[in-house]
Write a protein that binds this ligand. Structure first.
Ligand SMILES: Cc1ncc(C[n+]2csc(CCOP(=O)(O)OP(=O)(O)O)c2C)c(N)n1
Ligand SMILES: [Mg+2]
Length: 341
């Protein structure tokens, strides 16, 4: 298990590790993770009602990964890119629940004017570069974004997320070679949720320590408890500093878990219900930080309830907006298809 390193300048005078988080930080991470969870639950409901159609991959269970990484990032300059399991990443960058939900329902008010759907949303303003449906295709693109950061000398790092299944794709290793050769500012964040579409990582991967696969290219990597937002943030800071300082890419192997099916149609015959219940009961990232907040007296039960209510209202508003926003006009069929530079 990954242990975040703490730098104690003087152990005698200051026994507190310096990465102890403030009440404000912990409650903010709680709120951000909860917002993703509630958003995804609502998206699942709207899907069941036929208001969302097509592909839709929920991020429930994995919230601590993206929230912890964004907490570690310099969000003014750092970019991110991920797969089709992307709603949580968008919300964590500050993209609005209204805009994301309306895109899911295929409405004009969505980030791609209702023409992209779940897997095709972008925000240059928030430095979110998608949303990619082809497994691992985002890895070379993220590496290219790293090259752009280096070329433009903007001080940014690209956080390139991919799954345990994607980790077996050849283009990941072509990207590793180039990133290491040119010392590109890229942090590869592997979201090892232990399953691809219907196969466990233990059945599909010759080795399961996916973070160690940069060894042949000289890229450092560590295993991180991806169900612990505090551990994610600590590891994220080390990795981002490394890349930002010109030392090249870094790999973070996040151990996480998805609670729902791969997509909305998944017979889930590859795991037992008991396994899912056990992870939910023992390792849930939101329950964990809630407990940390209570135990450390960072907020009262009433203050936490307030956060819960506020998040609920934001998601209800997003769902309402996503149903009220009109569908795009037919004349929009051929717009935004090609950008002429
Ligand atoms: C190149 C390619 N092959 C196969 C698929 C079908 N497919 C979609 S998701 C997926 C599993 C990927 O699993 P993982 O990388 O672990 O990501 P997760 O869904 O767990 O987030 C597969 C095989 C695809 N979209 N693209
Ligand atoms: Mg997976």
């Amino acid at each position: 298990m990954f242990q975040p390193k703490t730098k104690n300048k003087s152990t005698k005078r200051n026994p507190e590790p310096i990465n102890v988080l403030s009440s404000e930080e912990l409650t903010r991470y709680y709120r951000e993770m909860l917002q993703i969870r509630r958003f995804e639950e609502k998206a699942g409901q709207l899907y069941g009602m036929g208001l969302i159609q097509g592909f839709c991959h929920l991020y429930i269970g994995q919230e601590a990964v993206v929230v912890g990484m964004q907490a570690a990032a310099k969000t003014q300059v750092d970019s991110l890119i991920t797969s089709y399991r992307d709603h949580g990443h968008m919300l964590a960058t500050g993209m609005t629940p209204r805009g994301v939900m309306a895109e899911l329902t295929g409405r004009k008010g969505g980030y791609s004017k209702g023409k992209g759907g779940s897997m095709h949303m972008f925000s240059r303003e928030k430095k979110f570069f998608g949303g990619h449906g082809i497994v691992a295709a985002q890895v070379p693109i993220g590496t290219g974004l790293g090259l752009a950061h280096q070329y433009n000398e903007d001080g940014g790092v690209c956080m390139t997320y991919y799954g345990d299944g994607a980790a077996n794709q050849g283009q990941v290793y072509e990207s590793f070679n180039m990133a290491a050769l040119w010392k590109l500012p890229v942090v590869y964040v592997i979201e090892n949720n232990h399953y691809g579409m219907g196969t466990s990582v233990s059945r599909a991967s010759a080795t399961q320590e996916l973070y160690a696969r940069g060894t042949g290219f000289g890229i450092p990597g560590v295993r991180v408890d991806g169900m612990d937002v505090v551990a994610v943030k600590a590891a994220g800071e080390i990795a981002l500093n490394h890349a930002r300082n010109g030392d090249g890419p870094y790999i973070l192997g996040m151990q996480t878990y998805r609670y729902r099916g791969h997509s909305m149609s998944d017979p889930a015959q590859y795991r037992t219900r008991e396994e899912v219940s056990q992870v939910r009961a023992e390792r849930d990232p939101i329950d964990r930080v809630r407990q940390q907040i209570i135990d450390g007296k960072h907020a009262s039960e009433a203050e936490i309830k307030n956060i819960d209510d506020e998040v609920k209202a934001i998601i209800a508003d997003a769902a309402e907006f996503a149903q009220q926003s009109p569908e795009p006009e037919l004349s929009e069929l051929y717009t935004d298809v090609l950008v002429e530079a």
